[in-house]
Design a protein around this ligand. Structure first.
Ligand code: ZN
Length: 168
C-alpha cells in the first residue's frame, strides 16, 4: 500500500468497525448484567473513534477519504475487524466477549504490521507502525482482562461462594 489516502481510508473503516464491535459487545455485556466489562468496552469504542480522529488530524485530512468497495485491499476481502460478527449471538459471557475483542485487535494489529513491513512509502510506513503499536497495546490490555476473568471464573469454580456462606 503506497498511498497515504488509501491507507487512511482503510484505517477509517477498520476503526469504525472496531468501535461498532465494542458497542455491540458492550450491549451484550449489559444484557449479561456485567457493568464492569460493559464500561471497558464503551471506553474502547471511544478510544477507537478518538484514535481515528487524531490520525486524520495529524495527516492533515479534514475529510474522510472515501473509496469504492473495490478500492479496498483487505486480506480475505473483508475488513479484518468485521468477520467474527457473522453468527455471533447476543448471549455471550464476559470471557467470550473479551476473547472476541482480542481476536479483532490481533487482526487489526496484523493488518497494520503487514502494511508497515511491505510499503515503500515512508509516510504510510510511519503511520502504519504507529497504528500497529496502538493495536498491540489494545491486545495487551485485552489479555490483562482475559487473565483477570479467567482467574475469577476458576476461583468461582473451585470455591463456589453460595455453599460457603456462613462457614468462615
Ligand atoms: Zn484497537
Amino acid at each position: 500500500m503506497e498511498d497515504i489516502n488509501v491507507f487512511l481510508a482503510h484505517a477509517v473503516e477498520l476503526e469504525r468497525e472496531a468501535a461498532r464491535r465494542y458497542e455491540e459487545l458492550a450491549d451484550s455485556m449489559r444484557t449479561d448484567g456485567n457493568t464492569e466489562v460493559e464500561k471497558f468496552f464503551r471506553q474502547m469504542a471511544i478510544f477507537s473513534r478518538k484514535h481515528l480522529a487524531l490520525a486524520m488530524e495529524r495527516g492533515g485530512f479534514r475529510q474522510l477519504p472515501v473509496l469504492a468497495a473495490e478500492g479496498y485491499a483487505w486480506p480475505d476481502g473483508i475488513s479484518p475487524e468485521q468477520f467474527d460478527w457473522i453468527g455471533v449471538d447476543c448471549m455471550i459471557d464476559a470471557n467470550n466477549a473479551l476473547e472476541l475483542a482480542r481476536d479483532g485487535e490481533r487482526r487489526g494489529h496484523a493488518f497494520y504490521a503487514d502494511i508497515a513491513s511491505t510499503t515503500g512509502d515512508p509516510e504510510v510506513r510511519m503511520m502504519a507502525q504507529e497504528f500497529a503499536a496502538e493495536e498491540a497495546e489494545h491486545v495487551a490490555e485485552l489479555e490483562k482482562w482475559i487473565g483477570r476473568y479467567a482467574s475469577q471464573t476458576e476461583k468461582h469454580r473451585l470455591d463456589p461462594s453460595p455453599n460457603n456462606a456462613g462457614i468462615e
